[in-house]
Design a protein around this ligand. Sequence first.
Ligand SMILES: *[C@@H]1O[C@H](CO)[C@@H](O)[C@H](O)[C@H]1NC(C)=O
Ligand SMILES: *[C@@H]1O[C@H](CO)[C@@H](O)[C@H](O)[C@H]1NC(C)=O
Ligand SMILES: *[C@@H]1O[C@H](CO)[C@@H](O)[C@H](O)[C@H]1NC(C)=O
Length: 178
Amino acid sequence: MASRIRLLQLIIFLYFFKQIVSKVEFTNIKCTSLDPEFASFDYCFLKSVNRTYKYLSLKVKLLKKPVTKVKVNFAFLKKYNGYKPSLFNVTVDACKLLKNPKSNPVAAYIHSFFKSYSNMNDSCTFNHDLIVDKVSIDSVNTKATAVLPVPHGDYMFHSNWFAYDINRATVNVYGTLS
Ligand SMILES: *[C@@H]1O[C@H](CO)[C@@H](O)[C@H](O)[C@H]1NC(C)=O
Ligand SMILES: *[C@@H]1O[C@H](CO)[C@@H](O)[C@H](O)[C@H]1NC(C)=O
Ligand SMILES: *[C@@H]1O[C@H](CO)[C@@H](O)[C@H](O)[C@H]1NC(C)=O
């Protein structure tokens, strides 16, 4: 009897463990400048070096430097029939966030995915091109799978980049969780 209960516990544990330890894959990335006189993408791509090493990189050229007022809107959407209501939808003042990450824990968490791969990390006077360099799928997996309480499926990470309250660019990253 006791061993049956233990077996049952093990099965339940493995079931939940399997749910939690899921795997993120990138499937696509799309960067769009909505105002080519303000910002343009030099590149924006996913690369598979081999089966285990995949990364994304992008570079934005800012054409009206310096830029001192930036807001970012992030949403995370699951695909059903098209991409439907977002699991979260946060807009954050990038300058405040860089000064005080604790002011918005969700945005700080999202920033943590690319912060150490990017030069958008210290202050909010952007007087240089913006680079996100080789964010590996492994690093995303390590961060995401520990906490993601979301069902398996196809997802889109959607972001709008506002400068002076005008939406200048969008970056969408598509992926699957399995
Ligand atoms: C994949 O590529 C990376 C970077 O070049 C390398 O360090 C790693 O050993 C490669 N893995 C396999 C399985 O070939
Ligand atoms: C996020 O919220 C804003 C403001 O409520 C809304 O305009 C926008 O469409 C939402 N984005 C997504 C992807 O749901
Ligand atoms: C910010 O990014 C630059 C360039 O990638 C890097 O040299 C620097 O150490 C980073 N600073 C912080 C606080 O992460």
